[in-house]
Write a protein that binds this ligand. Structure first.
Ligand code: OAD
Length: 229
């Protein structure tokens, strides 16, 4: 089976009611990124950080996957699909995708502050001050913050290099190293970019730009991909 690699960003979950980061009214409007999404922010004010992610979790808890997520899951009938997502929500899982790399962590998991290998599921939406790992240390959100390593990047690069088809959905391609993955895709591989506000990408061969939202754009990409087979 050929390999289809999908790189998704906040835009794929927008129609499921989860805000993007950089669109107007997005998550970073009204928030200082470094206060809520950096190791310094965490050491300065852990309550603020816990609360920020509690609100995100509360919002994502009952969110449902949209046609974009569902169509990507359906593509498993035709391809070995690997989803590399910058999103911390679980909508690709809820849609039924089975091979998902979360580059920026997972909202519904918590991690020990003394041992990064101790990772726990969060039931419900709240992670509180005083919630401890088995070694007695405070738990933090299992999120990759600015200034931290991206441990899943190596795996994401390996998958990207092997892609026979590559699809980018709903990302402004502004945050590295994730945005750089497109450069690892082989020249001959068809690349689809789906976004209502097309991010800037350097001209290259086999590039298909679908200026549309995820719910309808992924369906269009699916038809184009299947026609090429
Ligand atoms: P951004 O908020 O930067 O970009 C969202 C993209 O989604 C934009 O290009 C929008 O045009 C597009 N978009 C909006 N509505 C859409 C829809 N209905 N269908 C498809 N696309 C739509 O989000 P990301 O690129 O995901 O990192 O941001 C990357 C990273 O920056 C995030 O993972 C997060 C953030 O800081 C961390 O928190 C570590």
């Amino acid at each position: 089976m050929k390999k289809l690699v999908v790189l998704s960003g906040a835009g794929i979950s927008a129609e499921s009611g989860i805000k993007t980061f950089r669109d107007s009214g997005g998550l970073w409007d009204g928030h200082d990124i470094m206060e809520v999404a950096s190791p310094n922010g965490w050491s300065d004010n852990p309550e603020l950080v816990l609360n920020f992610y509690n609100q995100r979790r509360k919002n994502a808890l009952h969110a449902k996957p949209n046609t974009g997520h569902l169509t990507i899951a359906e593509l498993e009938k035709y391809f070995e699909v690997v989803v590399i997502t910058q999103n911390v929500d679980d909508l690709h899982e809820k849609a039924g995708s089975t091979n998902i790399i979360h580059l920026h962590g997972e909202l519904f998991k918590a991690r020990s502050t003394v041992d990064p290998l101790l990772i726990y599921d969060i039931e419900g939406w709240e992670l509180k001050s005083g919630d401890l790992c088995e070694k007695g240390a405070q738990l933090r959100p299992h999120i990759v913050w600015f200034g931290e390593m991206v441990p899943m990047m190596e795996k994401a690069m390996q998958e990207t290099i092997q892609a026979n088809v590559f699809m980018v959905v709903g990302t402004s391609l502004q945050v590295y190293p994730a945005a750089g993955l497109l450069e690892y895709v082989s020249e001959k591989v068809p690349k689809f970019i789906i976004d209502p506000k097309m991010p800037e990408v350097s001209p290259q061969s086999n590039l298909y730009l679908i200026e549309d939202k995820a719910s309808t754009g992924v369906i269009k990409a699916k038809s184009m991909i299947l026609e090429m087979e």
